[in-house]
Ligand binder design. Structure first.
Ligand SMILES: [Zn+2]
Length: 380
């Protein structure tokens, strides 16, 4: 929702219609950054939206702004890594191959290090938000006009103080200022915490961001099919096994699980260390664990042969059995990683609800309010 900040009449009309907009909105999309809950307008809008539909669950979508750069960074890292695979010649000197593999690993490590560092910062910001909203006070929340001492960038005096207007609205919508503060602590905080913890880098985000991995395996399948006559041992089934099924296993199961492990560790070890080098060491430690989990999956892939042979004795000849066994194993691991050990609100410190307000305090109004609304104009 955008309210005209230049035209006074448009601004007043926007404020008057805010209740109606919130009440008749199907959902509210919050593009969150750490400053969001420090701004009076944003907190008021969010609390008003939740207040306007107490009977049903509010359809609130909170998406952290940092998610965009994080996804792009992961996708670019994957693009560089999988493109470099194609540059490695099947025959050629070992030094050339090692140089390419080394550069691949280096790009992957730099990309993952940056992602883990950003993720740790994000989880710290969520922690900070939890702490700020748990002790939420209207006096401490920021308002643009008051911050600028009611003088706009051109040097003109700002006639309408947003804080005065919003305090009136809060009085009409919530009864008392304490009721509003309590609503922020008891309703807005748990909802924001749930959205920000469980919707950051979900399975869908991982799968979308790492799609270059699938392209690489599809490229491999196409190459196998194209050069079938040059490699007598290979059939179209090799393209299915090595390209489609193996690609699906890594793309849909193994890589999302590795991402989930990296995110879980980043959340658990989010606390900033006093010394910069200690902090870098923690990020590097998480990176090493991420690489170790990749190695575990490489080893796990080798298990598909004995397990496939065992199943074949039991089921008889089944096509693509080995690859299906690996696909099933990694999908199970992804299910466990995202369903059981992913990021949840309980990953942060427990949020205790404040005691209910007992004191009715009259709504504070300015001595000379620039604008005054009637109850029926703003009612939710
Ligand atoms: Zn002001």
């Amino acid at each position: 929702m955008c309210i005209d900040q230049e035209d006074k009449r448009q601004k007043a009309c926007g404020m008057l219609s805010m209740g109606a907009f919130l009440k008749y909105s199907d959902s509210l999309l919050v593009l969150w950054d750490p400053s969001y809950t420090r701004r009076l307008w944003c907190v008021f809008e969010l609390a008003g939206f939740m207040r306007s539909r107490p009977a049903g669950k509010p359809k609130l979508l909170v998406r952290p702004l940092i998610l965009g750069p994080c996804s792009v960074l992961l996708t670019l890292t994957m693009v560089v890594v999988v493109t470099a695979i194609g540059w490695v010649p099947e025959q050629g000197d070992l030094a050339g191959k090692l140089a390419l593999w080394g550069s691949q690993v280096l790009v992957l490590l730099i990309g993952l290090y940056a992602m883990i560092s950003v993720a740790r910062g994000y989880f710290r910001a969520v922690d900070q938000m939890r702490s700020e909203l748990f002790n939420f006070s209207l006096e401490e929340v920021q308002c643009y006009c008051c911050q600028r001492n009611h003088v706009d960038p051109s040097g003109n005096r700002i006639q309408i103080c947003d804080r005065q207007v919003l305090l009136q609205c809060i009085g009409i919508w919530f009864g008392t200022l304490e009721a509003f503060e309590q609503s922020v602590q008891a309703e807005v905080l748990p909802c924001l915490l749930k959205e920000l913890s469980s919707h950051f880098f979900t399975y869908r985000h991982c799968v979308t961001a790492t799609i270059p991995l699938l392209w690489s395996y599809l490229d491999l399948a196409a190459a196998i099919l194209h050069y079938l006559d040059q490699y007598p041992g290979r059939t179209w089934r090799s393209a299915m096994d090595d390209g489609i099924l193996r690609g699906a296993s890594w793309w849909l199961g193994a890589v999302p699980t590795i991402c989930a492990i990296a995110m879980r560790l980043s959340c658990a070890l989010r606390k900033r260390r006093e010394r910069a080098w200690c902090d870098c060491l923690v990020t590097f430690g998480i990176l090493l664990c991420t690489v170790a989990s990749f190695v575990v999956f490489v080893q796990l892939e080798q298990l598909k042969y004995p397990l496939g042979a065992l199943l074949q004795e039991w089921l008889g000849p089944v096509r693509h059995l080995n690859e299906c066994v690996f696909l099933l194993m990694v999908l199970l691991s992804a299910g466990v990683a995202f369903g059981c050990v992913g990021i949840h609100p309980r990953s942060f410190r427990e949020v205790r609800l404040p005691p209910p307000a007992t004191m009715e305090k009259p709504v504070e109004t300015a001595n000379e309010p620039s604008i005054r609304f009637e109850r029926n104009q703003l009612s939710l």
